[in-house]
Design a protein around this ligand. Sequence first.
Ligand code: SAM
Ligand code: SF4
Length: 347
Amino acid sequence: MSTTGVTGEALVDPFGRTVRDLRISVTDRCNFRCTYCMPEEGMVWLDRSDVLTFEEITRFAGICVEHFFVDGIRLTGGEPTVRAHLPILVKQIASLRVPAHAPSAFAGKAPDIALTTNGATLRNVAHELFTAGVSRVNVSLDTLQPEKFLAMTRRDEFHNVIAGIQEAQLAGFHPVKVNAVIERGTNDDEIVDLATFGRENNVEVRFIEFMPLDAEHGWTGSKVVSQDEIVSAIHAVYPLEQMSSRGAAPADRWRYLDGKGTVGVIPSVTQPFCGDCDRVRLTADGQFRTCLFSTTEFDMKVLMRNGASDLEIAAEIRRAVGTKWAGHQIGQVNFIRPVRSMSQIGG
Ligand code: SAM
Ligand code: SF4
């Protein structure tokens, strides 16, 4: 019997996809101002009283894990490491258990806990987060040139991010992945350099196509560097072979033929992977979303703060997942940009 008092059920959307992965934004705030994500100034932050407490986050995660067999949780933001005492939240989530009868590799165990971070302070917290129960970490790094790093993030933190990647490896995270958003005219000249960095430092670089989720609305289709372009650029220098199906994971992956690791691309714009999507999201202010690009949110904070039972919250989650659409329509005439930007939703 789970702590929610129910035996559990798979959470299946109208298109037959089973939800297994919950992305939780723990804050909308950030210590960077990446140009493809936030404006330099003027971002309006959530009132702190609207941000879910650790107890609320853990309660919601517990319903997803114990009632709906969700077995993967990724903490994101904003920048998750700016939330004070993050390792305490990690420990709380790590104390949850996927039901023993769940159809999951994690049945009877804690869910897999991952973190997406800009890496600026990772050198200070990597060991503590690993000990608390984070098993995988993705560090965002879009350039290997300190000056361009300053221009892209508006913060002079390049060397700290590199130190954070090294410290994460020492702490035991294996593999550490590096996320690189490629924007035409900005860092598309560094695709091969970033691939080289991955090969030489034993990290899997995952190139991300630029998505229309920047707060300044500077996105245009012409700034997107496609998966095909990225793979061709790397293959010309380091021959690649594609690995078998990605399953529900967002990245398509390739293996270097010389055995020096793997590289991935998240082709959200040119080759959307919505058909295999197993993800749902909880914003820092407790809004439940079934897609990064959803225009509808379901208010779990109000439910929790108004005394709803776990079963009532589970029913609302089920109702929300019942509205999940087949996929986003970036680039098509009927695409509607969500009102909130990437850092407000949780990337
Ligand atoms: N602050 C953390 C970080 O940067 O890793 C976590 C949150 S951030 C919103 C999550 C991921 O979204 C990062 O890898 C970031 O590069 C990516 N991202 C942000 N804006 C994006 C955009 N407009 N298109 C594609 N990826 C974007
Ligand atoms: Fe902050 Fe991450 Fe957005 Fe950059 S991408 S501004 S690090 S939330």
